[in-house]
Write a protein that binds this ligand. Structure first.
Ligand SMILES: NC(=O)c1ccc[n+]([C@@H]2O[C@H](COP(=O)([O-])OP(=O)(O)OC[C@H]3O[C@@H](n4cnc5c(N)ncnc54)[C@H](O)[C@@H]3O)[C@@H](O)[C@H]2O)c1
Length: 321
């Protein structure tokens, strides 16, 4: 296969490229990435031994999207502005990359009739009540509640509309919170690990009781592989490893693993409009595509902590406090 991976220098995209080459070493990947602050070439050190080409480019430029979509078998789109806090400060780039960018890719897909997969998020469904057993599924109503999730929701609607109108070979996945190597230290788990190692205060929004559903990034990649290969066109698949956890408990697990004091926890003002609970019911992808997650939360957390311990000097320099 010749794959166009967009946003492949970021957290999940870089893990996906490595995952893909491990399993399909003779395939070709073109990685088209704008190289925003979230990109890191170091995420793909050693990748040159495969059929890999890196292109610096922006999917919100229609010509760029068209040029690099020509002659590929499939596009998998990870390119996005991904940090909710940044979208609250200024959402212009979110609209450009997450909506206009996807529109440009869909136009290319329409022109060249190629397979397209949109990597989306559970945040498009909004927030669930804290003390409930409710979960999101493929029939849940879209209800995005911050600028980031609104742009991701808009992109999903475009993909579905292009399927309905033009019958294109497209699929969408909405995945829960990822963790693992290569995640930018602005995000909860890497920031907690790095601050804990340095014995610095660990900022926690509000009371820390918000619930997220965690998946190790490699499990997300295996779900994407199976959707690319076996997913039915026009369908959406929700992905989760069934790890519902309160933020405060995730932080405490990291502190315990690193043998550090809970006194480092620093409760700070809550994020405006903070969603309290996201949890996914992944039975459709399990039932229809026979996908299973493999890595338990404890195992994944240990792998992640080891990654940041090994590369501490490097991440220290990148750290946003
Ligand atoms: N991280 C999660 O927990 C999570 C969960 C579910 C879904 N997602 C989705 O997965 C995708 C990847 O997330 P991530 O955490 O790896 O993000 P990330 O911020 O780590 O990486 C995004 C990458 O996209 C690139 N990029 C941004 N705008 C671009 C543009 N206009 N053109 C080309 N490249 C561009 C950046 O340079 C960066 O390399 C996103 O679409 C996100 O919405 C993430």
């Amino acid at each position: 296969m010749r794959l166009l991976v967009t946003g492949g220098l970021g957290f999940i995209g870089s893990n996906f490229i490595k995952y893909w080459f491990k399993k399909h070493s003779r395939d070709t990947i073109i990685n088209l990435d704008k190289v925003t602050y979230a990109a890191d070439k170091r995420n793909l050190v050693g990748i040159e031994k495969y059929n890999y080409t890196f292109i610096k480019g922006d999917i919100s430029n229609p010509k760029t999207a068209l040029t690099y979509s020509k002659d590929v078998d499939a596009i998998i789109n990870f390119a996005a502005e991904s940090h909710v806090d940044n979208s609250i400060l200024n959402s212009s780039n979110f609209v450009r990359s997450n909506i206009i960018g996807v529109h440009n890719l869909l136009e290319a897909v329409r022109k060249y009739e190629i397979r397209f997969h949109q990597v989306s998020t559970d945040e498009v469904y909004g927030s669930l009540p804290l003390n409930s057993k409710l979960k999101f599924n493929e029939k849940s109503k879209y209800n995005p509640r911050n600028p980031y999730s609104a742009t991701k929701a808009a992109a999903d609607h475009l993909v579905n509309a292009y399927f309905n109108t033009y019958k294109l070979p497209v699929t969408i996945s909405n995945c829960s919170n990822n963790y693992g190597p290569n995640q930018h230290p602005e995000k909860l788990i890497p920031k907690t690990i790095i601050n804990a190692i340095k014995e610095m205060p660990i900022p926690v929004y509000g009371n820390g009781l918000q619930v997220r559903d965690w998946i190790y990034v490699e499990d997300h990649c295996s779900a994407l592989e199976i959707i690319l290969k076996k997913g039915e066109y026009g369908e959406t698949y929700l992905i989760s490893a069934n790890n519902e956890k309160r933020n405060i408990d995730v932080i405490k697990s990291i502190l315990k693993e690193l043998n550090k004091s809970e006194k480092l926890i620093d409760f700070v003002n809550d994020r405006p409009g903070h969603d309290v609970r996201y949890v996914i019911d992944a039975r459709k992808i399990i039932r229809e595509l026979d996908w299973r997650s493999k890595i338990t939360f404890d195992e994944g957390l240990r792998l992640t902590i080891n990654h940041y311990l090994k590369n501490l000097d490097y991440y220290n320099k990148k750290m946003v406090i």
